[in-house]
Design a protein around this ligand. Structure first.
Ligand SMILES: Cc1cc2nc3c(=O)[nH]c(=O)nc-3n(C[C@H](O)[C@H](O)[C@H](O)COP(=O)(O)OP(=O)(O)OC[C@H]3O[C@@H](n4cnc5c(N)ncnc54)[C@H](O)[C@@H]3O)c2cc1C
Length: 419
């Protein structure tokens, strides 16, 4: 039996890893369009910055069981730095600062930001109540201090979607798993060195060691399904015929799947994320020993990851910023980030790079949530994986990894008819 996995993002890697570790005598072939693995969660050695950088800062949460499992499996748990008291949040325009590491920090945030009344704080309890399809802003608060200082930044961070558009169902589910549980579930972790070192390179090495074949630079152009149930994969370099016992896992984002097999992917709107990476010129004694993460409220820059010699500044749901020329964008983000790094905001560091991910995730609206739920209820051959295929949760590393393991389990259980 051969299992063809198309896509070597985290979903495809996790599917291939679960199959390889099952040692079920399955031959695994991973087909990846890019010359490297990792997809939207990738790193490279950047010559301009003289460092390995990520396409964008990724944060993981203590409640992310699939993330913890992936890191344990690969022996890379130490590659994640867990922020001991959660990220520090700063609202420069109000001179307010608070942490976001424990449930009671919510009350601190409300006090610090000049919360107008207890009713505003009480909106948090709406988390526990059932509700239909609606947005975060409509469910929690459209305006007021907590809306600006908490709900919108959290919706952007967790869903890459502003609170005014973000699906409240998926958002509330994440908050119930983290904020409401508190403790270790609420921890926020960032890559100590790079995403590649924690999530991707060791996965590729493990797959090779277990005999899986990884074919890079191999874009799937079309999938031929015959009435008789046979499947042909058409790549630029030739076609691959699947035999009756073979299986196919498509671990692709909705926009790729839609081009290959219309009707399987939900309707989506792109939601970009932009990152400024800058090499910092500051005396080593001023550099933090461990990575730190600072959240900014009311500015274009939303998160500042300080790794000592390198800082990465993130703007999520960045539809309005992504079209700006790189130099203007860098200056704008640096102006917000430099003060929290203790550096001069008027001059960009000598080495910097802007990375624009135009399709970081779909805009995760109630419509997107409903559409994918409807589609995922239908049985599909081939097996689908990818961050968007876990209903009721936002598209993240966690859901990408979960989806890969679930796809592998489907193959192993033999419950899916031959593709
Ligand atoms: C800048 C940025 C910041 C983010 N921040 C966070 C964060 O803080 N926390 C978090 O949890 N998540 C974050 N995410 C989301 C996270 O990266 C994704 O949810 C996850 O990586 C998706 O993995 P995937 O395998 O489902 O999809 P992808 O990573 O998109 O993988 C799909 C793979 O398929 C390949 N492919 C596409 N078409 C074809 C084809 N026709 N033939 C062969 N191969 C093909 C692609 O090259 C790619 O490698 C962020 C994403 C970005 C871009």
């Amino acid at each position: 039996m051969i299992v063809h996995v198309v896509g070597a993002g985290l979903a495809g890697l996790s599917a291939a890893l679960a199959l390889a570790h099952a040692r079920a005598g399955i031959r695994i072939v991973v087909h990846e369009a890019a010359p490297h693995a990792g997809g939207r969660c990738r790193s490279w050695n950047d010559l301009r910055l003289g460092a390995e950088i990520d396409n964008g800062t990724h944060a993981v949460l203590g409640a992310n069981d699939a993330v913890l499992h992936h890191l344990t499996l690969l022996g890379t748990s130490d590659e994640i730095h867990w922020l001991p008291d959660g990220p520090r949040m700063i609202w420069p325009a109000r001179g307010a600062a608070w942490r976001l590491g424990r449930p009671r920090d919510l009350v601190r945030a409300w006090r610090q930001t000049g919360g107008s009344g207890v009713a505003e704080l009480a909106t948090a309890f709406r988390l526990a109540l059932p509700f239909g399809a609606t947005t975060v802003a409509a469910r929690f608060a459209r305006d007021g201090c907590l809306a600006e200082a908490l709900w919108d930044p959290l919706a952007r961070a967790v869903m890459n979607t502003p609170a005014s558009l973000a699906d409240a169902g998926a958002f509330a589910r994440v908050l119930r798993m983290t904020l409401a549980r508190g403790g270790p579930a609420m921890r926020m972790g960032v890559a100590r060195r790079s995403l590649g070192k924690g999530f991707v390179d060791p996965a590729v090495a493990r797959l090779r060691a277990l005999g899986a074949e990884l074919r890079f630079g191999t874009r799937l152009r079309a999938v031929g399904l015959s009435g008789a149930g046979s499947t042909t994969l058409i790549f630029a370099g030739g076609a691959v015929e699947l035999r009756a016992q073979d299986r196919l896992i498509l671990a692709l984002p909705p926009w790729e799947l839609d081009g290959l097999m219309p009707g399987l992917a939900p309707r989506w709107i792109d939601s970009p994320i932009v990152n400024l990476h800058a090499r910092l010129a500051r005396p080593p004694r001023h550099a933090p020993h461990e990575p730190s993460m600072i959240g900014l409220v009311g500015t274009a820059a939303e998160w500042v990851l300080d790794r000592g010699e390198l800082a990465s500044v993130t703007a999520s749901a960045a539809g309005e910023l992504v079209g700006m020329p790189a130099t203007d964008l860098a200056a704008r983000l640096w102006r917000d980030a430099a003060p929290v790094l203790g550096l001069d905001a008027t001059a960009l560091p000598p080495a910097w790079r802007i990375v624009k991910e135009r399709r970081a995730t779909p805009l995760q609206t109630p419509c997107f949530a409903a559409d994918r739920k409807r589609l995922l209820r239908q049985p599909s051959a081939p097996i689908l994986a990818g961050d968007w295929t876990v209903p009721d949760l936002p598209c993240t590393i966690e859901t990408a990894l979960q989806s890969g393991t679930a796809a592998a389990a489907q193959v192993l259980a033999g419950i899916v008819p031959a593709a």
